[in-house]
Design a binder for this molecule. Structure first.
Ligand SMILES: *Cc1c(COP(=O)(O)O)cnc(C)c1O
Length: 376
């Protein structure tokens, strides 16, 4: 059996190695390391794939969120609503821009933003909502957009974990995640569903003005070279990464299918296990399983994790500390509201290996060992 990893980027690379190697060597030969042709080709290809007007490549997913927040014209102290139960990048950029993160609860089944909690958190200072399509499943975008439109608030989708995922509206319209709000942001970190061989990110929008602003912000606030209209930053996608992403984008749907097949295997293997809740698949969402995250009830989670590790099976807790309990906010004296659902989930989640290269032998081994531990 091949060794089991959380993500197997090497096996995936070897399947497209000849094409990738040639594309990288072509960039080296061109020496157009910054802003080369592949960057523009990739932006166009991704726009076409997502069905969006503008794609602005940038250096990473955290920058993508930051540039999006900079573009909507926030004033210090403005509030931005985001879930506590997520990766810290979303919250971090809010705080970094001297905006106030306002945490809301997630739904205990989907792990995504709870619209009831969201509605309650809105104040006259709310400037934006940043829902996260956590683990590869769309947040309930129809409800979120309705609330945002009612209150005239921007929606910036954190699509770092869900590129290729879709949301189906009640009228039957299907849209790719990241293209539903005013702005979408994503990451091409190597382990993400569309992973580069280094850092990368992108921002999407259908709004021409926002696109122009974000392009300018990502490029030192320049309208033309050496004329700086606004305070921006320096955030670019390397040409080498764009050349690789161009090739991998063609495989994205097939990669999602492979992740979903692994998730199906796990679901079947754990069916009937009282102590395991397998991921809920919302009817409105196409889940692309960036993570396969189960909930444990009455199981020693640390013991399971350790036992699996000893048998060559990695597993991860995403994430051990929710945003509202991070030390980074302890100096502010700010008391965040209680987040019972978030705390409940934080104690119970565990993410199992899920990627494009898992085979049945590996899946049988993983599920067998988990069941053995639970019944021991
Ligand atoms: C990975 C991730 C990010 C940040 O992306 P980077 O490219 O690592 O900066 C932001 N939000 C979520 C939900 C993520 O998973």
């Amino acid at each position: 059996m091949r060794p089991i990893q959380m993500v197997d980027t090497k096996t995936q690379y070897h399947k497209i190695k000849a094409e990738v190697d040639k594309a990288v060597l072509d960039v080296l030969e061109s020496t157009a390391f910054i802003n080369g042709k592949p960057v523009h080709e990739f932006a166009s290809a991704l726009s076409a794939y997502l069905g969006i007007k503008h794609t602005i490549p940038c250096a990473n997913g955290t920058d993508a969120l930051q540039i999006a927040l900079m573009a909507i014209g926030c004033e210090p102290g403005d509030e931005v609503i985001t879930p506590s139960f997520t990766y810290i990048a979303t919250t971090e950029v809010i705080a970094l821009l001297r905006l106030k993160p306002v945490f809301v609860e997630v739904d205990p089944q989907t792990f995504c933003m709870d619209p009831v909690s969201l509605e309650k958190a809105i104040t006259p200072k709310t400037k934006a909502i940043v829902p996260v399509h956590l683990y590869g499943q769309s947040a309930p975008m129809e409800a979120i957009m309705a609330i945002a439109n009612n209150h005239n608030i921007y929606v910036i989708e954190d699509n770092a974990q869900a590129i290729g995922s879709e949301y189906t509206f009640s009228n039957g319209t299907v849209q790719k995640t990241g293209t539903i709000g005013h702005i979408g942001a994503t990451s091409f970190y190597p382990s993400k569903n569309l992973g580069a061989f280094g850092d990368g990110g992108a921002i999407f929008t259908n709004d021409d003005d926002l696109a122009a602003r974000m392009k300018m912000i990502a490029n030192h606030g320049q309208s033309r070279q050496y004329y700086h209209d606004v305070v921006g930053c320096n955030s670019r996608l390397d040409t080498v990464q764009a050349a690789i992403l161009n090739i991998k984008l063609k495989h994205l749907d097939e990669y999602a299918a492979a992740r979903r097949a692994a998730a199906d295997y796990y679901d079947k293997a754990f069916a009937g296990e009282q102590k395991i809740t397998t991921p809920f698949r919302a009817s409105y969402s196409k889940h692309v399983f960036h993570q396969y995250t189960i909930l444990l009830e009455g199981v020693d989670r640390e013991g399971l994790k350790k036992s699996l590790a000893e048998q060559g099976i990695p597993a991860m807790i995403y994430y051990p500390v929710p945003g509202h309990r991070q030390k980074m906010f302890s100096h502010t004296g700010e008391a965040f509201p209680d987040m019972p659902v978030t705390d409940w989930l934080t104690e119970r989640v565990i993410s199992l290996p899920v990627h494009t290269e898992l085979d049945e032998e590996q899946l049988a081994f993983i599920t067998g060992k988990i069941k053995a531990f639970i019944h021991s």
